[in-house]
Structure formats: C-alpha cells, structure tokens
Design a protein around this ligand. Structure first.
Ligand SMILES: NC(=O)c1ccc[n+]([C@@H]2O[C@H](COP(=O)([O-])OP(=O)(O)OC[C@H]3O[C@@H](n4cnc5c(N)ncnc54)[C@H](OP(=O)(O)O)[C@@H]3O)[C@@H](O)[C@H]2O)c1
Length: 433
C-alpha cells in the first residue's frame, strides 16, 4: 500500500490505517474526535483501553476496528457488550494484546496515548513494526529516551510529538537545519498553584490539584501539572526528541497557554506556535503530517485576548523544575527511577494516601539518594543508575524508583495499606504498614 507520494503527501485513494493505544483516555477520545472530522481519510484498525470497558465498547460500535485490547481479565465483559456486532473484532487483553494491535499490518500510524510506564512495550512494538508513532505517552521517552530514539532512527521510524509543547517545537523546526538551533523554550501555564504561597501548599486538596486552569486532561498529567512534574518530564522528553543537551532547554511560565513553545535559532530569530489550549490541534498535526487537516478546534482571537504574559519559573516553589536537570546529569536509569517514583506517588495522592507536598519531598529525597549511589556505587542499588542499554534496564530502574517511593510514603502512611500496580500493569504489590 502506497501512502506517501514523492512529495510526501498521502494518496487519497487509500484510507490510512490508524491504531490508538489508550483510546478511552483524554488523548484517545480527542484523537477519535479528529478522525470524525475527517471522514474517508482514516480507518481505525485497532483500539485499546484498560478499565473503561463501556467506553471501549461504544468506540468499537462507532469505528469498527479489526482488533481491540482491554485490561487483563476484562475481555469477556467487553465481548458481552458487543455480542451482536458483525463482524466481531479480535479481542485481546493486557500489554501483550496492546503489542499485537500496535503491530497491525493494516495500520501505518500508531497513536501512543496510554498513560505512564505501561505504554513503553507497545510503543516499542510499534517502532519495531515500522509504524509512524504519534507520541503522547511522554513517560516512555523519560524512561528510555535514548534507546527509543535510537531504535526509531535505525528503523527510519518517524516519532511525531503530540504533547502540545513538543508539537509546537516540531512545527517551528520544519525546514530548519539541525545546527541552526540555539535553544528551546518550553512554555508552562504554571498550573493551579502558580500564585499560591508555598507556605499554603501543605493544605492542598486532591480536588484543588485536579482543577487545571487551562487544560482538560487525564488525572495523572493534571496532578503532574500541579506539581510541575509535567514540565520536568517534558524537559527530559525534549532532550531526547530533539537531541539537544539539557542546558539548551529552558522553561518560561506563560499563564494563558496560547504560545505552546518556542525555538530560538542562532541568528537571533525565535519561532513559536500559537493556538487554543485544545489537544485536537497537535493531534491533527500528527495524524495528518505532513499535511494539515481539520481538527475541529476553534481559532485564536488575539484581539479578544488582548495580552499575553510571561514569568520566570520558580524552582524553589516547584523543585520539579530543578529535578529534570539533575536526573539528566545523573544519567543512566535516573530518569526512569524518577518516573517510576512519580507515578507511584501520584497514584497514592489520587487515593488520598499522601499529601500534595509529599510528592515533591519524596522525589527530592530520591534524587539525593541517586546522587549518593552515583558517588559511592552502593552495591545493592547501583543497577538503577547503569546505562539503559535495553528495555529491561529501564524497567529495573523504574521498579527501583517505585520501591523507593513506596518505602518513603509508607513511613508517612501509618495505619493503612497501599496497593500499587507494577510498571507493566500486570501485578500489584501490597504494602503493609
Ligand atoms: N491529556 C492531555 O491533554 C495530554 C497532553 C499531553 C500529553 N499527554 C500524555 O498522554 C498520555 C495519556 O494522557 P491522558 O491524559 O489521555 O490520560 P488518561 O485520560 O488517564 O488516559 C489513559 C489511557 O491509558 C489507558 N491505561 C491506563 N492504564 C493502563 C495500563 N496499565 N495498561 C494499558 N492502558 C492503560 C487508559 O485506559 P482506561 O481509561 O480504559 O482505564 C486510557 O485509555 C500521558 O502520557 C500524558 O502525559 C496528555
């Protein structure tokens, strides 16, 4: 099947096959909304969800994929909900099921919209199968960015960033020579607590942290935005996506979320991308690339906005902004360990088992511990810092980070017990108190 002409534009006589991993989440639902805006252009070949069987069933009825994947043990329930459909999609379960649909021969693009480390194996399977990746799942780049980008390069696979900041940079870089970049600036809304004095952070409730001023997103990334860990993960993501040293990646607080990021070139020019805070815009760019296709989002009205404002970030109030550079300097599995710890702590905060401030306190303790391990080569723990040469190294470092975070959190969570899912989503660990 020929999809791209010599000029790189799609042959419109063929619908392009798309797989969406994480179709039941915020990015997944927005991706399907963009596909709805472009009838006759895409065929949905595979969809996946984890818990949300009812929504996945609804999506199957509308988009009629050939294959679907759902969390372990939920296939029969899904089957029952779509029993009368003909033809029936193949129903798969768990990470192995997601890897199978990521390799679907009839698809050329895979949208990676699973949240967290659970997305890493299916993304890798899609790269190995030569699919173009529309990547929302930043955690897999944080865990194993060098490895993932190297694998993509070797297989001439294109990674198109959905994350709005990286998508903006990717857009601004079109036509630019690699050696023309001076630095990148990731914009940050500052989250719901930009103006809150840090002395009041101790009393932040889950509901307050889930109220992002500009973006409607899944729970994990919304909490990451409140702690500014999202920006930390994005600095690491940008380091690998654009192959630039961390020192060339800066952060600028821009509360209106209209400018989605900027590239400054060595001649002094700065290019940026503007748009409403609507993820359908970067998703449409990744689905249509190199063409631009309708997204269903509205237009910016700059006159109505009147002004755009900018502030320096505050790394004292939000230590996550420092942590990104520290773990990149430590190298090896340090970012994966950080990611695993952060996922664990966000999970605990969402269950209201720990306080908001404990997320960044424990992450800072983790970085301090990693520094000691780096200096002393602590015999039982040095593996978490070794170079990530294969996926298993990243998963081992991620597991170390989860265990560290759980230990620290358990000390604070007295009189209760906590359940945590492992990085591949397959097992649970019970933490006694
Ligand atoms: N939302 C945004 O605006 C936004 C913007 C930029 C980047 N991103 C990134 O995009 C990714 C997705 O974010 P989101 O906001 O769409 O998250 P979300 O709404 O929480 O959706 C997550 C998706 O992953 C699935 N999932 C969760 N745990 C899983 C597991 N263990 N195994 C397989 N699938 C699993 C969920 O399935 P069920 O719902 O069926 O359980 C759902 O389909 C994240 O990495 C995030 O950082 C999101």
């Amino acid at each position: 099947m020929r999809l791209c002409s010599a000029e790189g534009f799609a042959d419109r006589t063929v619908m392009e096959g798309i797989v969406i991993l994480g179709s039941t989440g915020s990015i997944g639902v927005n991706t399907l909304a963009v596909i709805r805006q472009n009838p006759g252009r895409f065929s949905v070949e595979g969809l996946s969800g984890h818990d949300n069987v009812a929504l996945l069933a609804q999506q199957i009825r509308e988009f009629r994929p050939k294959q679907v994947a759902i969390g372990e043990g939920r296939g029969a329930h899904l089957q029952a909900l779509i029993a009368e459909l003909r033809p029936q999609p193949e129903i798969l379960e768990g990470i192995a099921g997601q890897c199978r649909i990521a390799e679907a021969p009839s698809a050329t693009r895979v949208v990676a919209a699973v949240v967290g480390a659970a997305g890493i194996k299916p993304v890798m399977a899609a790269i190995r199968a030569g699919k173009t990746i529309a990547l929302a799942n930043k955690e897999c780049l944080v865990m194993a960015g060098a490895l993932l980008m190297e694998e993509a390069r070797r297989r001439a696979v294109r990674i198109l960033p959905i994350d709005s900041e990286h998508n903006a940079i990717f857009q601004a870089l079109q036509g630019a020579a690699d050696n023309s970049i001076d630095h990148l600036t990731l914009t940050a809304s500052g989250g719901p607590f930009r103006r809150k004095p840090s002395a009041e952070f101790g009393s932040i409730s889950l509901q307050e942290a889930l109220r992002h001023p500009n973006w409607q997103m899944g729970q994990k990334i919304t909490i990451d935005s409140a702690t500014m860990m999202n920006k930390c993960l994005e600095i690491i993501e940008a380091r690998w996506l654009f192959d630039l040293p961390a020192a060339k990646i800066k952060v600028l607080v821009h509360p209106q979320s209209v400018i989605h990021s900027l590239v400054t070139f060595r001649d002094g020019s700065t290019l940026c991308q503007l748009g409403l805070a609507d993820m359908r815009i970067p998703i449409a760019y990744c689905l249509g690339f190199p063409e631009r296709i309708p997204s269903g989002a509205g237009w910016l009205d700059l006159a109505a906005l009147g002004s755009l404002t900018f502030e320096e970030p505050d790394p004292v109030k939000f230590p996550a902004l420092r942590i990104a550079y520290e773990v990149l300097a430590l190298g090896g599995g340090a970012p994966a360990a950080l990611n695993g710890a952060n996922e664990t702590l966000v999970g605990l905060f969402l269950q209201e088992r720990i306080r908001f401030t404990q997320i960044s306190d424990i992450l800072q303790a983790l970085v301090a511990r990693l520094r000691v391990i780096g200096e002393t080569g602590a015999p039982d723990e040095w593996q978490c810092l070794q170079e990530v040469r294969q996926w298993e190294d990243a998963i081992q470092a991620d597991a170390w980070g989860r265990a560290f975070a759980l230990r620290q959190a358990t000390e604070a969570v007295t009189g209760t017990s906590t359940r945590q899912r492992s990085s591949d989503g397959s097992a649970e660990t019970r933490v006694p108190t």
